[in-house]
Design a protein around this ligand. Structure first.
Ligand code: HEM
Length: 356
């Protein structure tokens, strides 16, 4: 189903290429990631009007914004009940929209075809555990709704932001773009598109994605953690139950860990074992340890595949004859860190395949 969504996306870009039209690639990547996530998690895509009048992305954005907003009640608990900044009230509205929507999704799945040979989606699998002794934990409707929210919030924005930044860096660095196109030409050829089984052979692509995630972590401060025990880090005493915020953005640009840290230079990973999986603490775009990202493999696959297809299928130009060096790379800082301004560029199809 990921491939189906990607085929639609490439088809849309190919139409734009035929018309030599500029594409808001940030918006298109965001729609692609939302479509892939919805199909993987909920079994099908939902139209905005099936969700809420404000639309899916707007409500998700409001939820993420509220989750990241500093709340005085978190630090001075006895003023929490006063909800001085009105955050709780707004969060309740978002919560109700998601809660009603997930109820409808679950009802729809319960009513749907229950034949044994039906291909089960994620919701079907979780519903299969309700009322059984099969799983270690009891799973009920509220648990399913919480997991669905986690999966959607965790996957939609993150993958889109990672893809958007990697592609932006490639637009800004034509040398790297060309080198990646050469790798794709050598490994895949020009007669078919890249597929997931090619990804292991694309070493330079892997370096490009790592380097982009180093400079542009999707969650620059990760998600707040809590210390389980008293501990000492360097000379600082961190008491048990402290809220710990990790500045992954600063760690991944730390000059004592990286040479020329501000430079986008994928070749720094040549012959190096440093990886994004949480073992190398200087490179932690997915966090590390027990609360590290459980969707790492899926997120990496989506990012590699989409970036590979964008670069392999098309040559790209910036609009208004803008030079790559002039491309605005300002970040919008929050719980996640997308581009401040949408990336707009013009595709030209370059594969020699006959069909879409
Ligand atoms: C390129 C894509 C992705 C990036 C860069 C990313 C990054 C992260 C980061 C930095 C965290 C916080 C880790 C920490 O605080 O130590 C996190 C948590 C999480 N991610 Fe991802 N993620 C991505 C894709 C996904 C996907 C595809 C899913 C689900 C299918 C997902 C689900 C989650 C969940 C549920 C958590 C919370 C884990 C917990 O609280 O224990 N993520 N992710």
């Amino acid at each position: 189903m990921r491939q189906e969504e990607l085929d639609l996306f490439i088809k849309l870009l190919r139409d734009a290429a035929n018309d030599i039209a500029a594409v808001d690639i940030s918006a298109k990547i965001s729609t692609l990631a939302a479509g892939m996530s919805c199909r993987m998690v909920l079994g099908r895509k939902y139209m905005d009007n099936e969700f809420d009048e404000k639309g899916f992305k707007a409500v998700m954005k409001e939820g993420m914004h509220l989750a990241a907003a500093p709340n005085i009640g978190d630090y001075i608990p006895y003023v929490g009940a006063l909800d001085l900044k009105g955050l709780k009230k707004r969060m309740k509205v978002v919560n109700k929209i998601f809660d009603d929507f997930f109820d409808r999704v679950i009802d729809e799945h319960m009513k749907s075809d229950s034949r044994e040979d039906k291909i089960k989606d994620f919701v079907d699998v979780m519903l299969g555990f309700v009322g059984t002794e099969e799983s270690e934990y009891r799973i009920d409707r509220p648990n399913i709704k919480a997991i669905l929210l986690d999966m959607l919030a965790g996957s939609m924005d993150t993958s889109a932001t990672a893809i958007e930044w990697a592609f932006s860096e490639l637009m800004r660095h034509p040398r790297v773009m060309k080198k990646l196109q050469m790798e794709l030409e050598t490994v895949v050829g020009m007669k078919r598109k890249v597929d997931e089984s090619d990804l292991d052979k694309l070493g330079y692509l892997n370096m490009v994605i790592k380097e982009s995630m180093r400079l542009h972590p999707v969650a620059p401060l990760l998600i707040p953690h809590q210390s389980m025990e008293d501990c000492i880090v360097e000379d600082y005493f961190i008491p048990k139950k402290s809220k710990v915020i990790i500045n992954a953005w600063a760690i991944m640009r730390d000059p004592s860990a990286w040479s020329d840290p501000e430079k986008f230079w994928p070749e720094r990973f040549e012959g190096s074992n440093i990886d994004v999986r949480g073992r190398d603490f200087q490179l932690i775009p997915f966090g590390s340890g027990r609360r590290g990202c459980p969707g790492l493999q899926l997120g990496l696959t989506m990012a590699h595949l989409v970036v590979a297809q964008l670069v392999h299928c098309f040559d790209w130009k910036l609009t208004n004859d803008m030079l790559p060096i002039d491309l605005d790379m300002t970040e919008h800082f929050g719980l996640s860190m997308p581009r401040a301004k949408h990336l707009v560029c013009i595709p030209a199809y370059r594969l020699h395949d006959e069909k879409d």
